[in-house]
Design a protein around this ligand. Structure first.
Ligand code: NAD
Ligand code: IPM
Ligand code: MN
Length: 349
């Protein structure tokens, strides 16, 4: 029998509520399967910062690294909370994890399930994956400001793009496209961001030569948002930079039935570090603590995690249970726990 060491970071706001349901489903699907999940809970996030002043210490990071995978709910305090003004939980915790654990593939699948309450009148089939670069771009924190707070302030936030960093994520995207419908769309803004965009385009064109069966397409990010709404069926694999991928995947979530269904994996494909699975959404302070959050995204993130760990049968059982639940959920309003219970019940059925 196999033991998987799982680090769990429930985080802030609805994070703990959705992670509780994800754990329920994980426990049920692995029961009697010969795979045991040995869980360690890490109390990290805005609440921890307010208590101790720490976001993610070296000791936390070292302990997390000892695990095989990470399940995260969401992090981020209540916007405008004056006690958090000197903290940046997003950078200090979430991005620090993604960067330190070299999560260079941020994998964000979007699928319109039958019965999902999408906003499009005639969506057709939607089934694509955004491969968002996870360790570079404008996210690296290469910036600063001078004369801060004055009328003469200058603030810079420099996007960092390396040939190494782009090539590895582009290769991953092509391999994924091979296993899917052999279509890859690069999204960037090469008409304006000529330096970084030019390098992305050149690297995609180079790697494309090794994948003659993959049809390669390019869209500027603004046009990509049009097609995500007017013709989402045209997409199979989208590869894009860190910031564009962030924006596109909230839109993709909305188009496929709501951000409460959108799952993600922060993957270190080399396996040098544990990969981290989390819903695309945040801590949703507007509905936190009210059992209003949809835990489906967190549950589907567990499916992505199981798939990554090679537990494909278990992953499929979750995906099927979610599919059936979505098909039959109608517009009945259920609590977070009721959705988790319903999905767990469908697993066992
Ligand atoms: P958000 O995703 O938390 O919320 C946006 C909207 O979606 C809100 O109206 C919210 O109620 C709704 N929503 C989100 N998840 C839902 C769910 N599971 N079910 C139903 N509705 C849901 O984004 P935001 O408001 O921009 O950010 C809030 C905080 O979360 C900020 O501190 C932000 O930095 C942080 N954040 C964290 C992550 C993460 O941990 N991965 C991701 C995004 C935002
Ligand atoms: C996400 C979030 C994060 C991001 C923030 C909270 C740092 O929006 O996971 O999509 O921008 O990547
Ligand atoms: Mn986001």
């Amino acid at each position: 029998s196999r033991t998987v060491k799982l680090a769990i970071i429930p985080g802030d706001g609805i994070g703990a509520e959705v992670v509780a349901e994800a754990e329920k489903v994980l426990d049920a699907v692995t029961e009697g399967s010969g795979v045991a999940f040995d869980k360690t809970r890490f109390s990290l996030g805005a609440a921890r910062y307010l208590e101790t002043g720490d976001t993610l210490t070296d000791a936390d990071l070292d302990a997390i690294k000892e695990h095989d995978a990470i399940l995260l709910g969401a992090v981020g305090g209540v916007p405008g909370d004056p006690r958090l003004k000197d903290a940046n939980i997003e950078r200090g915790l979430l991005l620090k994890l993604r960067f330190s654990l070299d999560h260079y593939v941020n994998l964000r699948p979007s699928k319109l399930y039958v019965g999902a309450p999408g906003p499009l009148a005639d969506p057709g089939e939607i089934d694509f994956v955004v491969v968002r670069e996870g360790t570079e771009g404008p996210y690296v924190g290469n910036g600063g400001s001078i004369r801060t707070g004055t009328a003469q302030e200058v603030a810079n936030e420099t996007s960092v793009n390396t040939a190494f960093g782009i090539e590895r994520v582009v290769r991953y995207a092509f391999d994924l496209a091979e296993r899917r419908r052999q279509k890859l769309t690069l999204v960037h803004k090469t008409n304006v961001l000529v330096h970084a965009g030019g390098m992305w385009k050149r690297i995609v064109d180079q790697v494309a030569q090794e994948h003659p069966e993959v049809a390669v397409d390019y869209l500027h990010v603004d046009a990509a948002t049009i097609f995500l709404v007017t013709n989402p069926g045209r997409f199979d694999v989208i590869v894009t930079d860190n910031l564009f991928g962030d924006i596109l995947t909230d839109l993709a979530g909305a188009v496929t039935g709501g951000i409460g269904l959108a799952a993600s994996g922060n993957i270190n494909p080399d396996g040098a570090f544990p990969s981290m699975f989390e819903p695309v959404h945040g801590s949703a302070p507007d509905i936190a603590g009210q059992q209003k959050a949809d835990p489906t995204a967190a549950i589907l993130s567990v499916a992505l995690m199981l798939d990554h760990l090679g537990l494909t049968g278990e992953a499929q059982r979750i995906t099927r249970a979610v599919e059936t639940d979505i098909a039959e959920r109608g517009d009945a309003s259920r609590t977070t726990a009721q959705v988790g219970d319903a999905i767990r019940t469908r697993l066992q059925a």
